[in-house]
Ligand binder design. Structure first.
Ligand code: ISE
Length: 314
């Protein structure tokens, strides 16, 4: 993700990518060379610099909080890949730092907010009337099963955020079911979520699917609307019709990532953080924790209620 963001940013107007940092020195050098930037090998050194307008954090999840806090302390704008943290308590540290500094400086990488199909679905919502149900489907084409924490914390967290931003509601409780692939890994997870207005949403996630695939459907009193794949050529051959959907999110959401990075640059130029916030990181992480707890106990789990600080007022 780091090299993808570096290349994307280097191609945008008004951006000079001055440095990239990666403890993998060969990778740092290779990406830096491609875009004419300096190669550094210590990410915290880059994040702590007081000479940057912005820094993108696309390192392993467990390093997000320390790197984000280091950059914020210097007054640097941050685009942090999701998840903000690996626990709600750690995500709250970042939100608390923003509240203390009385300034939002973090945008979180929930890039589906910039996907044309999701934007259109959000615009359609009023015409659907009262929403009865939301269905989120998400499939990865991994060849190996992953641990549950990664499935829920890295993948389903996108669907959690989609349900929140598309409905404008919070998830208040969950009941989750998982199918194990082996002793340590899962293949399929299903979560039934109750929203603050009382309706239900489901997240159905498969980690070893036929391709990368993401869809959200909203059923309302007046109709139904769903996101589609980004526009793709339809192939007709050998007596069959198919639409190429691709093996991963770079194919599917490439334009959305680019739009997200552009919006982040625009927000830096306007000196005002925008887009998904650290608070979205906190609330989504609380839902991740509830799903994990429900999977562990086999019982429904309430999402811990938390008061929204005023700098994150809607
Ligand atoms: C991955 O980390 C992403 O961020 C993708 O957007 C997501 O769809 C995928 O499931 C994750 O593993």
């Amino acid at each position: 993700m780091g090299s993808f963001h570096a290349r994307t940013l280097a191609s945008l107007a008004h951006v000079e990518v001055v440095a990239v940092a990666d403890p993998d020195e060969a990778n740092a050098r290779s990406v830096a060379e491609q875009i004419g930037a300096r190669a550094l090998f210590d990410p915290i050194e880059l994040a702590s610099s007081n000479e940057l307008d912005g820094v993108v954090i696309a390192s392993p999840d467990s390093t997000h909080v320390e790197l984000t806090l280091a950059a914020m302390t210097q007054g640097t704008f941050v685009l942090c890949e999701k998840p903000l943290a690996t626990s709600a308590a750690d995500a709250i540290r970042v939100a608390t730092a923003e509240v203390t500094l009385r300034r939002r400086s973090v945008q979180l990488g929930f890039m589906r907010e910039y996907d044309a199909s999701h934007v259109q679905l959000l615009a359609e919502r009023p015409s659907l009337g009262a929403i009865h149900y939301v269905r989120a489907v998400h499939r990865n084409a991994n060849d190996r099963p992953r641990p549950l924490q990664q499935i829920v914390g890295q993948s389903m967290i996108h669907d959690i955020h989609s349900i929140r931003f598309l409905t404008g509601q919070e998830i208040t409780s969950v009941m989750a079911f998982g199918s194990a692939a082996d002793q340590d890994s899962f293949r399929h997870v299903m979560a039934v979520c109750t929203l603050s207005c009382g309706i239900h949403a489901t997240i159905e996630f498969d980690d070893q699917g036929y391709a990368y695939d993401v869809n959200v459907e909203m059923l309302g009193a007046n109709g139904d609307a769903l996101t589609g794949p980004p526009s793709r050529a339809i192939r007709r051959r050998n007596g069959a019709v198919d639409t190429f959907i691709g093996p991963d999110w770079f194919e599917w959401f490439g334009p959305a990532y680019r739009a997200q990075d552009q919006a982040w640059i625009d927000s830096i130029r306007a000196d005002c953080a925008a887009g998904p916030s650290a608070w979205d990181g906190v609330t989504s992480q609380l839902v991740v924790d509830a799903i994990m707890s429900s999977l562990e106990t086999g019982l429904p789990a309430d999402v811990e209620p938390i008061e929204r600080p005023s700098i994150y007022s809607k």
